[in-house]
Design a protein around this ligand. Structure first.
Ligand SMILES: C[S@@+](CC[C@H](N)C(=O)[O-])C[C@H]1O[C@@H](n2cnc3c(N)ncnc32)[C@H](O)[C@@H]1O
Length: 244
């Protein structure tokens, strides 16, 4: 059973293409004509004007792909059903933390494509540790990241260079870090259901974090502690692009 067959039914409600991040991913794909999108979900970051094939193991996610989206194969990153070097590029966006074996999946991408572009988080990075949601309300996020290989290991597995990905204050894709300057969003059940972190930490931690954040928003404590965010247009939260 795929996790997203359980939690993915409302994914498309809050998870959309963020154009500034998409532009960075598409630039890293350079002139690739054929692109494999691994862990593709609803296809938010599939580049237009190129021949894309998607790989997505969850039937619930495949069912939410819009009409006219790229053809999608039911498979997993760790065992890609494609011959060596059959794509100009392979990309993976916000998915490798779900893979049973991230390093094996990255090696598979490297095998199947001449270029690899991956959006992920640097688990050892100070950026996410200083994110107020993790720091003050949901320390359990650290336990989830603990099982992810370090960015150095992941980059080393495919010989990638690393680019920082700043997260705009009005990020259109509702991933975990997206609402760093819009804290009220995390009180919205619909927003939380679009992010696997909340399901993975469990209902007790989720309810405690939400209760505590709500109280701090009402009392003004959140605003006081996070005064420095008000003037920022983009934040460094440990999100990275691996490009090989
Ligand atoms: C957070 S979603 C990201 C979807 C899409 N890339 C996006 O940016 O909207 C994570 C996706 O990874 C998929 N996934 C989980 N395990 C996987 C694996 N072993 N190989 C490939 N994809 C996997 C999930 O089913 C889910 O659709």
């Amino acid at each position: 059973m795929q996790l997203y067959d359980t939690i993915g039914a409302t994914y498309a409600a809050t998870r959309h293409t963020e154009p500034r991040i998409a532009a960075q991913v598409w630039a890293a794909l350079r002139d690739a004509r054929t692109v494999l999108n691994v862990g593709a979900g609803t296809g938010s970051y599939e580049p237009p004007g190129r021949d894309v094939i998607a790989v997505e193991p969850s039937a619930v996610m495949r069912a939410q792909r819009p009409a006219g989206a790229a053809p999608c194969v039911a498979a997993v990153a760790e065992s890609l059903p494609f011959q060596d070097q059959s794509f100009d590029a392979a990309m993976a966006f916000a998915t490798i933390h779900h893979w049973r074996d991230p390093i094996a999946g990255l090696r598979e991408m490297r095998r199947a494509a001449r270029r690899v572009v991956v959006f992920t988080i640097d688990a050892s990075e100070i950026g996410w540790r200083s994110f107020w949601l993790t720091r003050d309300y949901l320390p359990e996020f650290a336990d989830l990241l603990a099982r992810l290989p370090s960015l150095t290991e992941m980059a080393g597995a495919i010989g990638a260079r690393v680019e920082p990905v700043p997260i705009p204050w009005d990020c259109a894709d509702g991933f975990f870090e997206a609402y760093w300057r819009r804290p009220e969003a995390y009180l919205d059940e619909r927003v939380r259901r679009g992010v696997s972190v909340w399901a993975r930490v469990g209902p007790q931690a989720e309810q405690r974090a939400v209760r505590s954040l709500r109280a701090d928003l009402v009392s003004g404590r959140w605003a006081e502690r996070n005064r420095d965010l008000a003037g920022l247009d983009a934040a460094e939260l440990g999100l990275r692009l691996l490009v090989a």
